[in-house]
Design a protein around this ligand. Sequence first.
Ligand code: ZN
Length: 658
Amino acid sequence: MISRWNEVQAAACTDELDLRVYSSQLLGAEPALVLHGGGNTSVKLRQTNLFGEVEDILYVKGSGWDLASIQRPGFTPLRLEYLRRLAGLEQLSDTQMVNELKGQQTLASAPAASVEAILHAILPYTYVDHTHADALLCLSNTPDGEALVRAVFGDLVVVIPYVMPGFDLAREVARRFPKEAGPNCIGMVLMNHGLFSFGADARTSYERMIQLVSMAEDALKARAAWELPRTSATLPTARVDLLELANLRARVSEAAGSPMLMRLWQEPREMAFVARADLASISQQGPATPDHVIRTKRLPMLGQNLDAYAADYRGYFEHNQSRARNPVEMLDPAPRVILDPELGLLTLGKSASDCQILADIYRHSMDIMQRAERLGGWRALSEGDIFDVEYWELEQAKLRHKGSKPLFQGEIALVTGAASGIGRACVQSLLARGAAVMALDLNPAIGQGFSHPNVLGLECDITDQTQLDAALETGVRHFGGLDMLILNAGIFPEARPIAELDDDLWHRVMQVNLDANLRLLRSCHPLLKLAPNQGRVVIIGSRNVAAPGPGAAAYSASKAALSQLMRVAALEWARDGIRLNELHPDAVFDTGIWTPEVLESRARHYGLSLEGYKTRNLLKVEITSRDVAELAAEMCGPLFARTTAAQVPIDGGNDRVI
Ligand code: ZN
């Protein structure tokens, strides 16, 4: 492992805390050291308080911060001496420990300190770095792990057999470390958990981490355990059965008690891993380091037998629940990682980021397991030890204090015409309610249109069935299914009297406004049927359905036919629990068609001011894309749970419609 230390960048740091931020980010930049919130760091500083007294203050990573992106406010200042005294107590529950740490903060607004704060306090070094380095976990999680670790590091490290993180671990280290650390000691190995390094300055502590990890990597190389199996596995070329995916996601969501996103990963390394002959043994032992369990659960599901997985999970809970000091509530028995020999790796979560994080964690876990296997056998911690972390009191407390979840968390919507106007606003309204969105548009800019992991921008001409199928496949591989469909894309051609209306224009309007929507409905129907909270469709119609205008024959006829299509679908699909509703907007001027020049000229045509033209309705209100989008989103929610085939105007009141 190479050092990322850069003397120029380090020299730009203004003080020791700045250096702590800098070297923490260096650790965070290396996924083979820490992943997504894993690991922690600290620095001990001497500061003068309001009374002019000098105090030793421990600045330790606060919870909720990631080493890769940590900043000064991410470090919580705590009175060091008090923390050291805590380590001498016979026992302290984790809830008490959190309370004691909070009470020793010298900055009330700082985040809650890492639960490993006391451990950092008792290590007698200015800088302390802690990672869950992959290479160390390979050595440690083997039958002769401790002997191997000692052989590799000698007296450079103190080795602490596994103890659950938190107060018990801090107390154990407080007892053992002073006795076992010799003059050459530069680090500490926590068996089955991770690695510490320390030093008098930021660089020394960081470089020692790199040194120790490099030694572990070299040891793997020397034992022919570094090279991963060749990923000769060919990528599956056949199209994935979207209904198989959506059905799997529906079943997992049911077991989880709420909808989940599911992402399919089929890179060569994942396909090679799921093709291993020993998959059933190697993958069913436990996580690479205990804190992964909070995200991954103890075991991935092998194949698709969800009933068996859930039954095993209940068995694991019942078998181990007596270990907890206080009564514990069982978490949902649904898997978060699935290994399917045909499909590949699947990850499940409440958001696209969750799915990504799980994939990152599991990919590293795959490498660790495969290397440890070559080293003499992969051995994870016992299920009891993993249970203790999954069900420890601080995690259980989070369950009790969880707030209300976003309305559409874990659900997936598809919006057409999503690059601008009402479509774009619909994406934002759905996103704000926690949904993941497949955002389709003819405009190639849709790919970069939304910088949010929950939005997948897909360039697609919806009048082309092949493109539509491809977009749906990409979307379902990415999110797992489809719950909501917003049919928004449409064209509004220049005014043309019927006498001059040519076939080409007529057909073009029908193709986009009607035929494409028929295909979308037909293609999405089997997916919507599998929606965990039932399928919902919202159609963006038009005021012209009830009150057409001269010169708009093709547009008005296409939207009227679309309304009729919606009504028939509502009749046919009610048995599948799918509801369809339609909005009829009028005079929404903040869309692409309405440039300021066009607006000015229309206003002049009617002899109105711009404001007067925009609010030319009974209520004298302006109607924006956002107004339409918010109503469309609500139509997918519980307010409209008992309504299908409704047609709701959103036009400020129009006497012709009324
Ligand atoms: Zn740790």
